[in-house]
Design a protein around this ligand. Structure first.
Ligand code: NAG
Ligand code: NAG
Length: 249
C-alpha cells in the first residue's frame, strides 16, 4: 500500500502486525482485499470511535470489510484505525469525522474506487431519514431514502434499503417493505438487520413461519441480538401468532 505522501492525517503512519492468517484458507484472498478496523476502546470511543465506525460502515463499498477492534496503541491520538490492503497494514490516527473517514477510503481505494462526495451525501441523507422515521415521519424518511439510493454512492446501499424498508413498513406499504428488505439482504447477506426487516415485513403479511426463519437468520449472524429488547418483542409477538395458528388448525 502506498503510504508515503498521506498528509491528510497528521500522525506518522505506524506499521502494525499483519492480521493473523485464518487456518487453511479455502480461497486465497482476492488481491485488493481491504480490511478496516476501528478502535472503539475507551480513549478512542471518547474521541468518537463508534461514530466513525458507523460512518465507515455506511460509506465503505461492499468489498471493504469494516469492524471494530481493541486498542491499537497511540491512545489519545485517535480515533485510531488500522487498515490493510492486500495484507499490507498501517494505522491512521485522528480519523474523527465522517469526512475524514471518507478521505481515508479515498486514500485506500483510490479516487476511481471511491466517490467521497456521493458517499457523504448519501450518508447524510440516511441519517436525516432515520431521524425523521424516529419522529414518526415515515413519508419524509421514505422520500429522503429514495433520493439517497439515487445518489449512486459506492457503499451503504444495504443500509439505505434496510431503512427504506422500515419506512415503508411504517407507511403500511408492506410489499414495498419486503422488496427493500430483500434487496438489502441480497447486497449484504451477512447484515443481520436486513433479515430482521425482512422478518418484520413477512410478519405484517401474516407469513409467520417465514418471518420466524428470517429472525433466525438474523440471530445466526449476530447471536447478541437475542438479548435486545426489540428482538424479544419480535419473538413474543411471533409466539402469540404461532400459538393461535396452532390452536386453530
Ligand atoms: C481497552 O483499554 C483498557 C485500558 O484502557 C485495556 O485494559 C484493555 O485491555 C483494552 N481492551 C482491548 C480489547 O484492547
Ligand atoms: C410501495 O412500494 C412500491 C415499491 O415496491 C412502490 O412502487 C409503491 O409506489 C409503494 N406504494 C405506496 C402506496 O407507497
Amino acid at each position: 500500500m502506498a503510504v508515503a505522501g498521506v498528509t491528510a492525517f497528521c500522525c506518522p503512519l505506524v506499521s502494525v502486525r499483519r492480521p493473523a492468517r485464518r487456518r487453511r484458507p479455502t480461497t486465497p484472498r482476492a488481491s485488493g482485499s481491504v480490511e478496516i478496523r476501528v478502535c472503539t476502546n475507551r480513549t478512542c470511543a471518547r474521541q468518537g470511535g463508534r461514530e466513525v465506525l458507523a460512518a465507515l460502515e455506511g460509506l465503505a463499498p461492499p468489498r471493504v470489510d469494516v469492524a471494530s477492534c481493541g486498542c491499537l496503541g497511540r491512545c489519545g491520538a485517535g480515533p485510531n484505525i488500522a487498515a490493510s490492503v492486500s495484507g499490507s497494514a498501517a494505522v491512521f490516527g485522528h480519523v474523527g469525522t465522517a469526512a475524514r473517514a471518507a478521505q481515508l477510503l479515498e486514500h485506500l481505494l483510490g479516487g476511481s474506487g471511491f466517490d467521497a462526495a456521493a458517499g457523504l451525501a448519501a450518508l447524510a441523507a440516511r441519517e436525516k431519514a432515520e431521524a425523521a422515521l424516529e419522529k414518526g415521519d415515515a413519508t419524509a424518511a421514505e422520500a429522503l431514502l429514495t433520493e439517497a439510493i439515487g445518489m449512486n454512492a459506492c457503499g451503504g446501499l444495504h443500509l439505505l434499503y434496510r431503512s427504506r424498508s422500515n419506512a415503508r413498513l411504517s407507511m403500511g406499504n408492506i410489499t414495498g417493505a419486503l422488496a427493500d428488505a430483500e434487496e438489502a439482504t441480497k447486497i449484504a447477506p451477512k447484515f443481520p438487520q436486513a433479515h430482521l426487516s425482512r422478518g418484520d415485513a413477512l410478519f405484517a403479511m401474516e407469513e409467520y413461519r417465514h418471518a420466524e426463519n428470517s429472525y433466525a437468520d438474523a440471530l445466526d449472524l449476530d447471536p447478541s441480538i437475542r438479548r435486545t429488547k426489540s428482538f424479544r418483542a419480535r419473538v413474543q409477538k411471533l409466539r402469540e401468532k404461532l400459538v393461535s395458528a396452532d390452536n386453530s388448525s
